[in-house]
Ligand binder design. Structure first.
Ligand code: TGC
Ligand code: FAD
Length: 386
């Protein structure tokens, strides 16, 4: 991927941030692009992906170094997500779940012992984590969760099920959210091998085919006190994790959009119809001009959000707006740019159709397009329309 920087946003980034972006871009060119089409076509993992992401510091980039993270700022995190998603949303998903949905809650709400035990191994990819919030009966309304945590002697019993969970079939541990007997929402570290814990895979997806998705099933799983996150007891816990992941997605999808835009630009300059390059026709130029305009607006939104996040000032509602706008932008660009390739747009030699299908999940997970609109509506009016 070359740079698309119409408004000279690079000038707003530090040398270190630019270097991090280039390192991840090289990684994607070397390790992801050569294998991603086959992985997606075959519905297979990319071999050793998590360890490779760990080796370039893409797992827990903003977690402090003393716990194995890279200790980077939020703009660097965003740029890493952007480069990974230019390769494939499945690769960004792997890194964002591990970073924002597994390492973040353990770092933010975990005990010192939990942090020391899990974070360094999650940072290297030696351990793979997943995040269980969505349930079969509760997706957009996770506050109505049915998964239960009940006291049992010196520990607890966990009962229930989570569905549509990224990396569930391959995870070593899952950060799971359940209500206790007092109705409080608790975060629990469930480890593979605990009796009654199973993770069946969800097959035949048309989207995110290079990522494993599955269920987390808890049949009276005994949980020791040591696996309960001590510093969280409300929906603010899981929703704060989503803030971090949604922010990363707002950057990530810019990468997918740029990959589609550049593919369509190259193709339309080379492809001749009626004796001229397809790019010479006004209808095609309109598409390209609008792609670049929308990408530039999305870049400015995410950059500013990153600055606000670095200053501790970004609100969940600002994050919702950026996630919603940027994912929709990327999906529209994927759909339109696919058409610009004609029939070639449907084959795996070009990345566009794969991005388009992935983005159909990205516009649904981490809060659907419509839910984020309602969050903005609530912020404007003070009235919840959920
Ligand atoms: P509501 O009553 O509004 O709020 C409950 C409490 O939570 C607080 N809160 C937040 N806190 C931090 N960050 C946020 N974003 C927050 N949003 C709300 C709120 O202030 C309140 O606190 P308190 O102290 O007053 O109790 O909750 P609600 O039940 O009405 O629902 C709100 C809603 C719809 C916004 C929320 O539930 C929501 O975001 N729904 C969408 C669900 C979702 O995004 N699920 C994602 C699952 S994980 C996933 O998709 C991973 S994909 C990973 C990948 O592969 O990349
Ligand atoms: P529903 O909530 O049933 O919504 C169905 C439709 O109704 C949507 O269009 C929605 O916008 C609309 N709707 C719902 N409520 C309202 C309302 N009040 N007003 C107007 N419209 C409304 N979850 C996790 O916990 N962890 C993961 O790792 C994870 N990974 C995922 C990976 C993939 C590939 C996918 C596809 C999903 C993943 N999810 C994960 C689940 C994801 O977060 C949910 O799918 C999402 O939150 C939506 O929930 P739902 O699918 O149950 O849709």
């Amino acid at each position: 991927m070359k740079e698309v920087d119409y408004f000279q946003i690079d000038e707003l980034l530090s040398e270190e941030q630019l270097m991090i972006r280039n390192t991840v871009r090289e990684f994607v060119n070397k390790e992801i692009r050569p294998v991603i089409d086959e992985a997606a076509q075959q519905h297979k993992d990319i071999p050793g992906l998590m360890q490779k992401l760990g080796a370039i510091g893409a797992l827990g980039p903003y977690i402090p170094q003393e716990y194995g993270g890279a200790g980077l700022d939020q703009l660097s995190y965003g740029l890493i997500m952007q480069e990974l998603e230019a390769g494939d949303s499945a690769v960004r998903s792997a890194a964002s779940v591990q970073s924002s949905l597994v390492m973040f809650p353990i770092y933010t709400y975990g005990s010192e012992e939990q942090k020391r035990k899990f974070l360094p191994k999650l940072a290297t990819g030696e351990l793979i984590g997943s995040f269980g919030l969505t349930e079969p009966n509760h997706g957009s309304d996770p506050g109505a969760m049915e998964t239960r945590l009940s006291k049992d002697g010196d520990g607890y019993i966990l009962t229930g099920a989570k569905m549509w969970i990224t990396n569930a079939p391959v995870c070593d541990l899952a950060v799971v959210w359940a209500r206790d007997e007092e109705g409080k929402v608790k975060g629990i570290i469930v480890e593979r091998g605990m009796n009654g814990f199973t993770t069946p895979e969800t097959h035949n997806k048309w989207s995110l085919r290079a990522s494993k998705t599955g269920e987390l099933i808890f049949e009276d799983v005994r949980i020791p006190q040591a696996n309960i996150l001590p510093d969280v007891s409300s929906m603010k816990g899981p929703l704060s994790c989503l803030n971090s992941a949604r922010y990363g997605i707002s950057w990530g999808v810019i990468g997918a959009a740029v990959d589609c835009y550049q593919t369509a630009l190259r193709y339309s300059l080379e492809r001749q119809q009626f004796g001229k390059p397809v790019a010479s026709y006004q209808l095609q130029q309109k598409k390209l001009a609008e792609f670049l305009t929308e990408i530039t607006k999305a870049q400015l939104l995410s950059w500013r959000l990153g600055v606000l996040k670095n200053e501790g000032k970004a609100t969940p509602q600002q994050i919702s707006m950026a996630k919603r706008n940027n994912v929709n932008m990327a999906l529209q660009i994927a759909r339109e740019s696919r058409q610009m390739l004609g029939a070639m747009g449907i084959v795996g030699e070009f990345p566009i159709m794969r991005h388009m299908m992935n983005l159909e999940s990205v516009i649904t997970y981490e809060g659907t397009h419509d839910i984020h609109l309602l969050i903005t509506g609530q912020d404007i009016t003070g009235i919840s329309a959920f």
